[in-house]
Design a protein around this ligand. Structure first.
Ligand code: FAD
Length: 263
């Protein structure tokens, strides 16, 4: 590690004052600190968000849940009311990494980072969530823009994410055995307005699959998706699996998510 400054801020306004192209926001450090150790990132200053009041926490407002950016995965996993209303989201959080990662990692950090194998982006997209920043609100369909790329401006801070409560939803993850990230993960959400299916693990970043959505809008059953073609070009072959295998796994995981969503 090399020398850098560290600032624990107590408001979004104070964080904004310190933000520039050389500085980085620090949430739980689960990605950023590893990137710094590997010299993939070398900010001159870390701006720690953990002391900003009201940036963490889960509240229900009408038909939505608002989850603060600094809310740790463990809290999303264990929040009793959320688990009743959106069990798929709690399940997803409870299967991220290990206990240490869930204790420190945050929903804001995960969604800001937009790792192509991360779990949360699929939930945000399938649940039709809205990213609330210090500058605006961004709907999920506009937010994810490819691998590690989002609609966030350089100096924009995620404050919270608003999740509409669906009729039902579930996440099915085929785990990459070494990292515990998703080799392929599928989040299926049934809303009053229709079904949304988001896939993570793709080389192009999280994406919705219109074929799966059309099939499930016609008939919401695991059988309805079995003949849908998944383009293997969206996946890469690596030492764990070929692209064709990962594409086949998408159907298996979608079926599982549909079954789990109705349990
Ligand atoms: C061993 C291991 C296993 C993991 N397994 C999984 C898994 O199975 N599934 C999964 O989804 N994830 C997994 N993760 C990632 C984990 O979920 C973290 O949430 C993720 O790494 C982000 O970390 P963080 O919240 O600590 O953010 P940090 O590392 O602190 O920050 C990440 C990035 O987001 C930016 N940022 C942070 N907060 C904000 C904000 N409020 N506004 C704007 N930008 C912000 C930072 O500047 C930085 O660029 C794993 C991580 C590890 C180390």
């Amino acid at each position: 590690m090399y020398a850098f400054d560290y600032k624990k801020v107590s408001s979004i306004a104070e964080a904004t004052q310190h933000l520039n192209s050389d500085t980085r926001l620090l949430a739980g450090g689960q990605t950023l600190l590893a990137a710094m150790k590997l010299r993939l990132s070398s900010p001159s200053e870390l701006i720690d968000l953990q002391n900003i009041p009201n940036l963490a926490g889960i509240k229900k407002e009408g038909g939505n849940y608002i989850i603060g950016a600094m809310t740790r995965h463990a809290e999303v996993a264990s929040h009793a009311e959320l688990r009743k209303d959106i069990p798929g989201l709690s399940y997803l959080a409870s299967h991220i990494g290990d206990k240490q990662v869930r204790r420190m990692g945050t929903i804001g950090g995960s969604v800001a980072n937009n790792d192509p194998s991360a779990c949360y982006p699929s939930a945000v997209l399938a649940l039709n969530a809205t990213i609330i920043t210090d500058q605006r609100e961004i709907v999920a369909d506009d937010y994810f823009q490819g691998v590690f790329t989002t609609a966030l401006n350089a100096n924009e801070i995620i404050k919270a994410i608003r999740f509409p409560i669906p009729q039902n939803s579930a996440y099915a993850k085929f785990v990459q055995p070494a990292s515990r990230y998703a080799m392929v993960g599928v989040y299926v959400a049934k809303h009053n307005s229709g079904v949304r299916v988001a896939i993570t693990g793709s080389i192009n970043g999280v994406y919705r699959h219109s074929g799966l959505e059309a099939a499930l809008n016609k008939e919401y059953s695991s059988e309805a998706v079995k003949a849908i073609a998944i383009d293997a070009d969206n996946f890469s072959s690596d030492l764990h699996a070929t692209a064709a295998y990962k594409a086949a796994i998408v159907i298996v995981q979608t079926k599982q998510a549909v079954i789990d969503s109705m349990a």
